[in-house]
Design a protein around this ligand. Structure first.
Ligand SMILES: [Zn+2]
Length: 56
């Protein structure tokens, strides 16, 4: 194996690790309809109010 092949291999592995680490966060997001104003929004928290209605 040449030195160049080794370097590109390590680089790809790093990228894959980063993608794998970032994915679970996205999967936790869910689509919720606000019970107050009916707006559809994405959240990773367990509530039924959008950010505007949740403030008050
Ligand atoms: Zn709302």
């Amino acid at each position: 194996m040449s030195k160049e092949e080794k370097d590109s291999c390590a680089c790809t592995q790093k990228l894959l690790d980063a993608l794998r680490a970032a994915k679970p966060k996205r999967d936790m997001l869910k689509k919720v309809t606000c019970q107050k104003c009916g707006k559809v929004f994405w959240t990773n928290m367990d509530d039924n109010l959008c950010f505007d209605c949740g403030k008050n």
